[in-house]
Design a protein around this ligand. Structure first.
Ligand code: HEC
Ligand code: HEC
Length: 218
């Protein structure tokens, strides 16, 4: 009896495995945005330019807040110009999975296809950054020292970020301030423990100096 059950089970396993194997190549999953991005990155310059142009068109609605070329119109809205495409795709995904919370952005990301996401992020990445802050002050020089001590190892010497770390140079001061305080106070919109540790090390009283430094940086 026992052995019969076992053999039925193993037969089932074999059948299911067989089905899964034969079904796999037939299933037409839509491409992941990352795969589309990789394809664009490997494309000829003319095709990369075409993808950026398509991204500019697909971003027509985003422009209402993030600006025509990714230089935002509101302090609490981040600039996307010059931001690393892989980082931006990661944040789009974080909105979609709910790992990052913002009711409006979470809803909006659902309407974009994989193709549009990849095109939009390469478009913004190709746009020049104009620093959002006011001209440098003594406070900004103080902020530079704090940045070099607490932040540079991830965000880079010039705060331009990379694939896994956001660019901070030239970012909107209000957005920088809000983001830093959110990580510090664990308010729940974003969770990334190394950022909480870094801002704790920096100290709340030094947030303003770092914001002045970063928002002025090109
Ligand atoms: C009504 C204004 C508005 C519109 C329209 C809008 N956004 Fe946003 N977006 C925001 C705000 C506000 C935030 C910051 C949310 C937060 O505080 O976490 C944001 C954040 C983002 C971020 C995270 C950037 C970072 O530095 O981490 C990405 C990526 C983004 N938006 C992409 C888009 C795209 C793509 C579109 C168009 C399809 C779009 N947004 C349309 C307001 C807007
Ligand atoms: C261990 C690496 C690491 C260190 C150190 C670090 N960061 Fe970050 N930072 C990240 C990562 C990764 C993210 C994106 C996390 C996420 O997805 O929420 C981030 C996000 C941010 C953001 C949000 C940017 C945006 O576009 O949304 C700001 C602002 C920021 N960091 C500033 C700082 C400052 C200022 C310091 C130093 C006090 C610092 N970071 C130290 C890795 C680091």
């Amino acid at each position: 009896m026992v052995s019969k059950t076992r053999s039925v089970r193993s037969c089932c396993t074999v059948l299911c495995l067989g089905l899964a194997l034969t079904a796999a190549p037939v299933r037409a999953d839509p491409p992941a945005p990352r795969d589309v991005l990789e394809r664009i990155n490997k494309a000829r310059p003319a095709d990369q330019k075409a993808a950026q142009d398509a991204g500019r068109k697909a971003a027509f609605f985003c422009a209402n807040c993030h600006g025509d070329t990714g230089l935002s119109k509101y302090g609490e809205v981040p600039n996307l110009a010059g931001q690393h495409p892989a980082y931006v795709l990661g944040q789009i995904d974080a909105f979609l999975t709910g790992r990052r919370k913002d009711a409006f952005m979470q809803g909006l990301m659902k309407v974009l296809s994989a193709e549009e996401k990849a095109q939009i992020v390469v478009f913004y990445a190709s746009q020049p950054v104009v620093p959002a802050g006011t001209p440098s002050t003594a406070r900004a020089a103080e902020g530079r020292d704090h940045f070099e001590k607490h932040c540079v190892r991830c965000h880079g010497a010039d705060a331009r970020g990379g694939e896994n770390f956001p660019r901070l140079a030239g970012q909107q001061p209000e957005y920088l301030r809000r983001s830093l305080l959110r990580y510090l106070k664990l308010s729940g919109e974003r969770t990334y423990p190394p950022m909480t540790a870094a801002v704790s090390g920096l100290g709340e009283r030094n947030v303003e100096a770092v914001v002045e430094y970063l928002s002025n940086l090109r």
